[in-house]
Write a protein that binds this ligand. Structure first.
Ligand SMILES: *Cc1c(COP(=O)(O)O)cnc(C)c1O
Length: 413
């Protein structure tokens, strides 16, 4: 049995031809974003001497300061905080949340419940120590439909009493679409019309460089994300970022370190070069992941599965969902993606009871950076209707091969 069957090879050729318009649009966006990054590198005079880094307190780390300035320019924000000291996206988003609300305030999520790992930060179940709820922040939410339509009437009613509004662009483990930058901007305008004083926070995970603009360029006060997703370009070894209005970014820095020190300290330990190189690569790498997703959408629709986004639909993140409808097909899919990875291609993903989930979860990941989902990966809760969440692919070619392998295993059945 070949790694990829002749049937899938020939189907893939036809599918790829039909992807031409999607790919052209992805290339167009990558060009615009690369130009933004190159403009920022030139304006901030990025130079070899910035890569050396600091130890200890990390005072006067020029590399850290210039990297912050580069991110701020690229994202059209007043300032940014880019740190390997953010352990993940959840940590960076938490810093942004704590920057925006305090005791007695209400945080209103207008895209339904936040991502699973953020629910502990908000304190949605029993106000655990250190959560927003524990500090006396109230939480409320309004829903969003599967096709990404917010509940406008509920927002109009609830926004006036909120101190901050939270928007999640990407879909998380739900079946709704991601919001494009344009849709995010429209939602922010609506929220600010209902309450001009409100602070808008965007969870931008998986959204960076998928559109022509970023949330901070369409009205967000602060946004945050992970460096082992899009903006790290597959090169950053760890970290997260916050970008937005200067006073909010500074407050987030004081949450990351301590009040009084903020972003002025924090050794970069020689990692700066990888973060610079990561954001340099990011628009291109994000495009590789989006092409892998578009190809998977085309191939799996061809095989009769329901996919989202559908071929030709606009994308606001790098995630592709495939409704596989059967536990065995889902396991085969994940096995194929695992076998298509450059690292740990020989292991078999098994469902396991992951903390924080109400059912077993299966994950395929064979990445150079542990857990990096800008690299080809797939995961799925083992429950009806057995939807696989596929993302990443550092190169379109390798992503395409992984998707073709998954299709081969499913057709073998
Ligand atoms: C990935 C992700 C996060 C943060 O997850 P980490 O694993 O902590 O980086 C938050 N929100 C969304 C929508 C995400 O996709």
């Amino acid at each position: 049995m070949e790694f990829i069957s002749p049937e899938i090879y020939s189907l893939a050729e036809a599918v790829e031809r039909r992807c031409a318009a999607d790919f052209a649009e992805i290339d167009r966006i990558a060009m615009i974003n690369t130009e933004k990054v190159m403009d920022a590198f030139r304006a901030e005079r990025v130079s070899d001497s910035l890569f050396a880094g600091t130890t200890g307190y990390g005072y006067n780390d020029r590399g850290r300061e210039v990297l912050d300035a580069v991110y701020a320019r690229v994202f059209g924000a007043e300032s940014a905080l880019v740190r390997v000291g953010f352990v993940n996206g959840t940590h960076a988003i938490a810093a942004a949340l704590f920057a925006a609300v305090g005791p007695g305030d209400t945080l209103l999520s207008v895209t339904g419940a936040p991502y699973d790992t953020l629910q502990g930060v908000v304190g949605m179940k029993g106000a655990p120590r250190g959560s927003l709820a524990w500090y006396g922040v109230k939480y409320d939410e309004t829903g969003i439909s599967d096709d990404g339509e917010p509940d406008w009437d509920a927002i109009r009613a609830k926004a006036p009493s909120a101190k901050a509004v939270f928007i999640q662009r990407s879909r998380g483990y739900t079946s709704r679409r991601a919001l494009t930058a344009e849709e995010t901007g429209k939602l922010i305008s609506f929220v600010k019309e209902a309450n001009p004083d409100v602070t808008v926070i965007v969870d931008n995970c998986y959204g960076e460089f998928t559109c022509e603009s970023e949330p901070t360029q369409v009205g967000a006060d602060i946004m945050a994300g992970s460096l082992i997703k899009n903006p790290g370009g597959g090169i950053a070894p760890a970290g997260g970022y916050v970008a937005g209005r200067a006073e909010l970014t500074e407050a987030a820095a004081e949450r990351l370190t301590v009040p009084g020190l903020g972003g002025e300290v924090g050794a970069t330990l020689g990692q700066s070069r990888l973060l610079f190189e990561g954001i340099f690569m990011a628009p291109h790498i994000t495009a590789q992941a989006m092409k892998t997703a578009a190809f998977a959408a085309g191939l799996f629709s061809e095989l009769g599965f329901d996919v989202s986004p559908k071929p030709g639909e606009a994308r606001g993140d790098i995630i592709q969902t495939l409704r596989l409808g059967d536990p065995d097909i889902l396991k085969r899919f994940c096995l194929g993606i695992q076998q298509g990875a450059p690292v740990d291609s020989f292991v078999t993903p098994e469902p396991w009871p992951m903390p924080g989930y109400d059912c077993d979860v299966i994950m395929a990941a064979g990445a150079f950076v542990q857990g990096a989902s800008i690299e080809l990966s797939a995961d799925a809760p083992m429950r009806e209707p057995y939807i696989a969440y596929l993302q990443g692919g550092l190169t379109y070619e390798s992503g395409k091969l992984g998707v073709m392998r998954a299709a081969t295993l499913i057709r073998e059945k």
